[in-house]
Design a protein around this ligand. Structure first.
Ligand SMILES: [Zn+2]
Length: 357
């Protein structure tokens, strides 16, 4: 099969669905990386350029606020809305320069964060009116804490608003373990950590007629990296749901586009098995946070004697330390660490070199 060719810039509309279908045929998925500012965005773009693959750049609610600056008041989600919009424009402008195709997305939004998503959609609709394409490729709603019928009702309402712009909605069924963005699921009952095929079928029936959607399902995945053993990863859960829908609704194989949350700390075998059951996107955050921070710590440790004051180091009491205290020195070390970790993620997900961009 010949490689799919993509234009640099943000992938939206039908092109995104075609990308998902191509990935399911090839058996690969994209890393989705939580970005919090310009340094993490350029690390993601550099990695994608090296992998010759698209990448998902996403902002969490607090990450979007951070992108705008924590100095910004977040009353009624105004800070997180402004940060997300600024980040989206930043990514759009730079993706072209890097020659990279990007899926531009936002992460978990629970019920109380609906004003954030609706605020982004206000901007998105204005952008669409002007440019004929949406600002973001997709948004996520995570209403997994609500009863299933309410989860799907709200998702259907938001998807109806997104569909005229041909945007994709990511939903969540079941609960991802661990902790992220202040939601602590470390103590959740084991049974809830595995999505039921009947729930995926209900979501398929509710959303398929309205528009494009992906499903973050729970199969023992957790946010964060923990000592192995507490919850077992069972990707077969995804296959069971795909098979149920294929049989009940007479679709082709792997009718659902699944999303793997909490990819950090997973083995290549586990990742590849999940991909074979229709996973098209894997979120990675903790591993890239570590990959960014660790080289910075190393820099601070190694250059410690040059970072005590503006003047004076082991070479002499009056020697200037300007080049060591320039934040670019250690920020770029972080960027390089994160980009290298993402290149590994492309290889784990089998998307390294699978596209022409
Ligand atoms: Zn997640």
């Amino acid at each position: 099969m010949s490689k799919m060719k993509l234009k640099p810039g943000v992938i939206t509309g039908s092109a995104l669905q075609e990308t998902f279908e191509y990935m399911k045929t090839v058996g690969c998925a994209l890393p989705a990386v939580n970005c919090i500012g310009s340094n993490t965005v350029v690390a993601a773009l550099a990695a994608a350029r090296e992998a010759k693959s698209p990448i998902v750049i996403q902002f969490s609610n607090s990450g979007a606020h951070f992108f705008g600056g924590k100095f910004l008041d977040n009353k009624n989600e105004q800070g997180a809305i402004a940060g997300a919009i600024a980040g989206a424009h930043y990514v759009r402008n730079l993706a072209q320069a890097y020659g990279v195709a990007v899926v531009l997305h936002t992460d978990h939004a629970a019920k109380k964060l609906l004003p954030w998503v609706e605020g982004m959609l206000n901007h998105g609709e204005a952008y669409y009116a002007k440019h004929g394409e949406p600002l973001f490729s997709s948004h996520m709603l995570d209403l997994s804490e609500e009863p299933l019928h309410e989860n799907l009702e709200i998702c259907a309402r938001i998807l109806k608003r997104m569909s005229p712009m041909k945007m994709t909605l990511e939903i969540e069924l079941g609960v991802t373990g661990g902790e992220e963005d202040g939601v602590d699921n470390t103590d959740v009952d084991n049974a809830k950590l595995y999505t039921q095929p009947a729930d995926v079928l209900a979501a398929y029936d509710a959303l398929q007629p309205i528009g494009r959607f992906t499903v973050a399902a729970s199969f023992g995945n957790t946010h964060g990296v923990y000592k192995p053993g507490n919850v077992k990863l069972r990707p077969i859960i995804l296959k069971n749901s795909q098979d149920a829908i294929q049989k009940e609704r007479r679709t082709g194989a792997n009718p659902v586009n699944f999303v793997f949350h909490g990819g950090s700390g997973s083995s290549r075998e586990e990742i590849r098995e999940a991909v074979s059951y229709g996973v098209i996107k894997m979120n990675i955050d903790t591993d890239t946070q570590w990959a960014f921070t660790h080289p910075v710590k190393k820099y601070m440790d190694e250059k410690s004697a040059y970072l005590q004051d503006q003047l004076g180091n082991p070479e002499g009491p009056d020697k200037p330390n300007k080049k060591y205290i320039d934040p670019r020195a250690w920020l770029h070390a972080g960027e390089k660490g994160m980009a290298a970790r993402l290149v590994d993620a492309f290889k784990d997900l089998n998307s390294f070199g699978q596209f022409e961009v």
